[in-house]
Write a protein that binds this ligand. Structure first.
Ligand SMILES: [Zn+2]
Length: 258
């Protein structure tokens, strides 16, 4: 087993949600790989911290969804019956959908911060956030599902004027999930999707003439957004990931800018 594969399975390993064969393979890899062992230790720490301080922090989408699912008396498919990683990831969909219902039933959006942006940017921010939440519904996240930029980037060719940047950020803990076309601000736009543990990050981009703009941040109902314009391309990044981690992601993503 390679490190990347091991990392991708660590969450499920920690949740004891892996079939025995894979569980053994991960255990074997961990025994011989200090780096993956450190990653596991970090995950364990984060998990126990989250449990200690859960009441102080907004629950991530998936956790909310789990609660909603438990309330509804529905049970997720047992992970042990699923073999492929894709099948395993699909087990989240009903849960994520339940979380989306919770998010949508909350009252109107309030932006805590939106620096350097006027009313139009607010409207676009609303649309981007709505699109992000919609993307979490079953079957809406990706048109092309792949962990390789060599599959995702070419997929956009011919579908859009702009071929979005799709850097590989696995080693930094942000695996690529896929891409899709979406509709924001009256146009078809590119959405590239990354993961971070149980969180999802949507990166929207579209051509927009105008001077470069520094990053502006916005927060609404526990979602965080970053917006900037670079080389006549508008970028919006949105996730329920903690804002510091999202800023780190953006810094890594922007390294690909020429
Ligand atoms: Zn390793």
């Amino acid at each position: 087993m390679q490190c990347a594969e091991c990392r991708a399975l660590l969450d499920a390993y920690l949740d004891a949600a892996l079939p025995e064969g894979e569980r053994a393979a991960v255990r074997e890899h961990l025994a011989g790989c200090a780096e993956c062992s450190r990653e596991l230790a970090a995950l364990e720490r984060a998990s126990s911290l989250a449990q200690e301080h859960l009441v102080h922090y907004r629950a991530p989408d998936v956790l909310k969804a789990r609660i909603a699912s438990a309330i509804a008396g529905e049970r997720a498919e047992p992970a042990a019956g699923l073999s492929s990683p894709a099948a395993r990831s699909r087990r989240w969909w009903p849960l994520v959908a339940a979380g989306v219902l919770i998010a949508l039933s909350s009252s109107g959006l309030t932006y805590a911060v939106l620096r350097g942006a006027g009313g139009t940017a607010q409207m676009v921010a609303d649309e981007v956030l709505a699109s992000h939440i919609r993307s979490l519904m079953p079957g809406h996240l990706t048109d092309v599902q792949s962990t390789s930029e060599h599959n995702v980037k070419p997929w956009f060719n011919g579908r859009l004027d702009l071929s979005p940047a799709v850097p590989t950020l696995d080693s930094a803990g942000f695996p690529l999930v896929g891409g899709r076309l979406d509709y924001v601000d009256g146009r078809v736009v590119a959405a590239v999707v990354y993961g971070r543990r149980q969180h999802l990050i949507n990166v929207y981009s579209w051509p927009e003439q105008g001077p470069n703009e520094d990053e502006a941040t916005a927060s609404a109902r526990g979602y965080h957004m970053l917006h900037w314009r670079s080389n006549n391309v508008d970028y919006w990044v949105v996730s329920d990931l903690e804002s510091g981690e999202l800023a780190k992601f953006v810094a890594l993503y922007r390294r690909t800018e020429g």
